[in-house]
Ligand binder design. Sequence first.
Ligand code: FDA
Length: 282
Amino acid sequence: MKLMTRMARTFVAGETADEALKQVGRLRGKGILVTLDILGEAVQDRAQSDKAVQDYLDLLDTLAKVKSEAHISLKLTQMGLDIDDEYCFQNMVKIIGRAEKSKRFVRVDMEGSALTQHTLDLFYRLRKKFDNTGIVVQAYLHRSEKDIQDINKIKAKVRLCKGAYKEPKEVAFKKMKDIRANFIKLSEMLFKNGVYPAIATHDTKLLKWAKEYVAANKIGPDKFEFQFLYGIRNKTQQKLAQEGYRVRAYVPFGTHWLPYFMRRLRERKENVFFIVKNFFKR
Ligand code: FDA
């Protein structure tokens, strides 16, 4: 196996659905829920999007067959957002419609700020047709407070994360202190007026804040979930699950892992040390 592929496996559950489902079984054994993502983004060609749609439909059939509760997550640029709106919409209708048959939830991931409005517009159209879909909001964006107000009005489910793309200061907070403050402000909006928020962070300070906030406001563990990325802070994931919180791991797999892997490396120098250490342990 190539060096990069082996390193990527710290954050990527494999190249095939079978490999990913093995990891799902392992996580479920530890009381951790999952959302599966078939890696792919920035697709410019219909044949590639058609293939991604088919891969998701096959995955949904498999999940229904094995009676898994797993959610799925995907990016609209994998489904043709850069190609044609109507084409992307119809692709999503196929996927969310198939997921609906097994009462399964489909999360639309959020990409770079050039795509935020485009993604939201398409999501709002989909939400009119389906209940089993939700969206992601990034706490580093200045616009997110307004977006959460709008999303709360239609009672759609939000995953709140910091945001993983390199953004200019005109659109995004740059200091960690400001991003955390906004994350807390937006979380409160979701806990007060939203529906079943997903608090997606590995940040010790934000996790501590969320635990204290739900305890102080008597928000039960069935009213929200924590979300983590596969392979990051595994012990913390497990500990939270043991404490009775709902914890969901975002489990990416597939052959198009490079952009995802690079975002994880860029995020934290600890991630680089972590994979190098893991690599030499094998
Ligand atoms: P961050 O990397 O900022 O670290 C802050 C603190 O967390 C550290 O100081 C440390 O205390 C702790 N920490 C973090 N990693 C650690 C480690 N490996 N070991 C020990 N301590 C560690 N982004 C996006 O733009 N669109 C999307 O759709 C999504 N989807 C998504 C789903 C899920 C489930 C998650 C968890 C995240 C995303 N993201 C995302 C990514 C997100 O925007 C963000 O880039 C990463 O989660 C990193 O930010 P954090 O808040 O997790 O911690």
